[in-house]
Design a protein around this ligand. Structure first.
Ligand code: ADP
Ligand code: MG
Length: 247
C-alpha cells in the first residue's frame, strides 16, 4: 500500500496559494502526524486531496501508484480515501444506524443488515458513545466531542486505505481522548495509512505516531520522530520553522 502526495500546491477559490509544495511519501500502514499552527494550510491540504470543489490542487496524488489527482471526490472515496472533517455537518433525516449500516455494507462487503448493525454498534462502543446514538439523526444536536467521535466511527465503517483525519482531537474532552486514540489505532491495525492532523501534542500521550511532519505557512518545515512533538511543546512552531526543525 502506497500513498504519495507530490509537490502539492493548493489554491483557494479566491486564488490564494495556501499550500506551497508539499510532498509526502507513505508506503506502509501507520499513523503519520501532520502538526502545525492554525492557518498553516493543513485543512486545505487534506480537503484538496479529497477533491473538495473549493480548492484547486496542483501536483499529484497517487494511491497505490494510480494518479487520482483529477478524479471526482466520490471516485477517490471508492478507491479507499476518506476524510474526517474538522467540523462534521449535521445530516437531517438520516439516522446514524441507517447511515453506518449502508456504509458498512458498501465498503466492508457485508450483505446482512443485522450483521452490519452489529459492526456499527461495536464501533460506536469503541469510541465510548452510547448505543442510543444509533437512533439519532447523524450529527444533529450532538456536542463537539460526540461529533468528532461519531465522525471517526463513520471513517472506521469505511475501512479506508487512507484516512485523512482533520483534528480528531479538537473539542474532545480529556476523558474521551484515549477513546479517540483507540479509534485511530484500530484504523491503523486494519491496515490504513492514517494522516493525522493536529495542532496540539496532547493526543500523543495515548498514541505513538510512526512519523511526524511539521507544517508551517504552507510548507513542511521539519519531519522526524516523536522527539519533534517534544520540541513543539518546548519551543513552539515558529521556533521550529525558523530553525528548520533543529534536524
Ligand atoms: N475556502 C477558503 N477560501 C479562502 N481562504 C481559505 C479557504 N480555506 C482556507 N483558507 C485560508 O487558507 C489558510 C490556511 O487555512 P487552513 O487550511 O484552514 O489552515 P489550518 O487547517 O492549518 O488551520 C488560511 O489563511 C485560511 O484563511
Ligand atoms: Mg484546519
Amino acid at each position: 500500500m502506497t500513498f504519495e502526495v507530490q509537490e502539492a500546491r493548493v489554491l483557494t477559490s479566491d486564488g490564494k496559494i495556501v499550500v506551497k509544495g508539499v510532498t509526502l511519501s507513505l508506503s506502509k500502514p501507520g499513523i503519520y502526524a501532520v502538526m502545525g499552527p492554525n492557518g498553516a494550510g493543513k485543512s486545505s491540504l487534506v480537503n484538496a486531496i479529497m477533491g473538495h470543489q473549493q480548492y484547486k490542487l496542483e501536483g499529484r496524488v497517487l494511491l497505490e501508484g494510480e494518479d487520482i489527482t483529477k478524479l471526482p471526490t466520490h471516485e477517490r472515496a471508492r478507491r479507499g480515501i476518506t476524510l474526517a472533517t474538522q467540523m462534521p455537518l449535521e445530516v437531517e433525516g438520516v439516522r446514524v444506524a441507517e447511515l453506518l449500516s449502508r456504509i458498512i455494507k458498501r465498503f466492508r462487503g457485508v450483505e446482512n443488515t443485522s450483521e452490519a448493525l452489529s459492526i456499527a454498534r461495536e464501533l460506536v462502543r469503541l469510541v465510548g458513545l452510547s448505543d442510543n446514538i444509533l437512533s439519532r439523526y447523524f450529527m444533529v444536536g450532538m456536542s463537539g466531542g460526540e461529533r468528532k467521535r461519531l465522525e471517526l466511527v463513520r471513517v472506521l465503517a469505511q475501512k479506508p486505505k487512507v484516512a485523512l483525519l482533520d483534528e480528531p482531537d479538537s473539542g474532545v474532552d480529556v476523558e474521551s481522548m484515549p477513546l479517540v486514540a483507540k479509534a485511530i489505532e484500530r484504523l491503523r491495525d486494519e491496515g490504513a495509512i492514517v494522516l493525522l492532523i493536529t495542532h496540539q501534542p496532547r493526543l500523543f500521550k495515548y498514541i505513538e505516531p510512526n512519523y511526524v511532519y511539521v507544517m508551517y505557512d504552507g510548507r513542511i518545515v521539519a519531519h522526524g520522530g516523536l522527539e519533534l512533538v517534544q520540541l513543539i511543546e518546548e519551543k513552539g512552531y515558529t521556533w521550529i520553522a525558523h530553525h528548520n526543525g533543529g534536524r
